[in-house]
Design a protein around this ligand. Structure first.
Ligand SMILES: Cc1cc2nc3c(=O)[nH]c(=O)nc-3n(C[C@H](O)[C@H](O)[C@H](O)COP(=O)(O)OP(=O)(O)OC[C@H]3O[C@@H](n4cnc5c(N)ncnc54)[C@H](O)[C@@H]3O)c2cc1C
Length: 319
């Protein structure tokens, strides 16, 4: 689609060149499909960052994974299957297992995967942004370049504050995301539900087993912004202040915690892809399944063990 407000398009990934009316352009799958920049309004200039020459994926000496903002979804998807550098056995990084289902969560074909970027997904901040879900679950931080030449870091979970709203300030550009090696070494469980076949995610939850008694649960798509809950199978947590204690990993406690978190940001997300009451029930159900899978025997929800993930299928019979 033509973006009729635009007078100029230039190759530029330097925030110091930013001026009012500018928008960063990455894969363009949002800007060109809406015909505008839904995060800031109609742009007069597009600054195309895809010529910046940033390596899509890199490993630090500590084993952390750096994902460039311009990394395409197809490049990230390939990481799950490609040999790892230095001959690291793939089995040592089970956190990579959640890349394929996260990429599959786009309501998009491989054509979109080949142009749309990880940074563009985060900056667009849609509740059903699967890269937001993935990076939140991994505990990733974003490296942000500022117009004054300085840089800052922010957790992806904190960067996204609502539909099409982030904490990115005037002219700020996401350069990359850093995924801690520790998170990639931990086991994950993924659940997603969509109301329609090949539909947009209505609830997307990812759990990460942080110890044999605890997990970190990330809730997205059914809520206005990502939420992260630290859940622990033990009562008491002796020696810790009440405010610092993780939520108990049982059905009642974690559901109360996510209900309270959702209520604090306007409730459960409501659009054509799912009624809020249904999204809440599905979130509870998928979360219970993740608890049962990652901490079997420790959470009291083992009966929830199952694999409700994917799209609801419409079965039609010719009666
Ligand atoms: C058929 C189809 C299906 C889709 N399905 C989904 C879906 O299920 N879920 C979903 O979330 N999205 C979906 N999208 C939207 C889109 O494809 C993705 O969100 C994609 O990841 C956006 O990346 P992009 O590089 O194309 O962003 P662009 O369109 O280039 O940019 C989008 C926004 O991000 C800003 N931006 C881009 N890069 C940066 C950066 N590095 N720093 C700061 N700001 C930046 C831009 O200024 C703009 O505001 C779909 C699109 C299509 C066409």
């Amino acid at each position: 689609m033509d973006v009729t407000s635009v007078d100029e398009v230039l190759m530029c990934a330097d925030p110091r060149s930013w001026r009012p009316g500018d928008s960063w352009l990455a894969g363009g799958t949002v800007i060109y499909s809406y015909g505008t920049d839904i995060t800031r309004g109609a742009p007069t200039r597009l600054l195309d960052i895809t010529g910046a020459g940033w390596a899509p994926l890199a490993w630090t000496p500590d084993g952390d994974l750096e994902i460039a903002a311009t990394c395409r979804i197809a490049e990230l998807r390939a990481l799950a299957d490609d040999p790892l550098p230095g001959g690291i056995p793939r089995a040592q990084l089970p956190g990579l297992d959640v890349i394929p289902p996260a990429c599959d969560s786009f309501v998009a074909s491989w054509k979109i995967w080949n142009v749309s970027t990880v940074g563009g997904n985060v900056a667009t901040a849609l509740p059903a942004g699967p890269m937001i879900s993935l990076l939140t679950a991994w505990g990733a931080t974003a490296l942000i370049l500022r117009p004054d030449g300085r840089r800052r870091r922010a957790a992806v979970a904190d960067l996204v504050v609502g539909p099409a709203r982030t904490r990115l300030g005037y002219g700020e550009l996401i350069r990359s995301f850093l995924v801690p090696a520790e998170a990639l070494r931990q086991r994950h469980a993924f659940r997603r539900l969509s109301l329609t076949e090949r539909g947009r995610s209505a609830a997307l939850l990812i759990g990460r087993r942080t110890s044999d008694r605890s997990l970190r649960l990330s809730v997205t798509a059914s809520v206005f912004r990502p939420f992260v809950l630290d859940l622990h199978a033990d009562h008491g947590q002796a020696g810790r202040r009440r405010a610092d204690r993780p939520t108990l990993a049982d059905a009642a406690a974690w559901r109360t915690a996510i209900d309270a978190a959702a209520a604090g940001t306007g409730g459960w997300y409501d659009d054509i892809h799912g009624d809020p009451a249904w999204r809440r029930l599905m979130t509870h159900r998928l979360g219970d399944e993740i608890l049962a899978e990652l901490l079997p025997g420790a959470t009291g929800v083992d009966g929830a063990r199952g694999r409700v993930t994917g799209d609801l299928r419409m079965e039609r019979t010719s009666a």
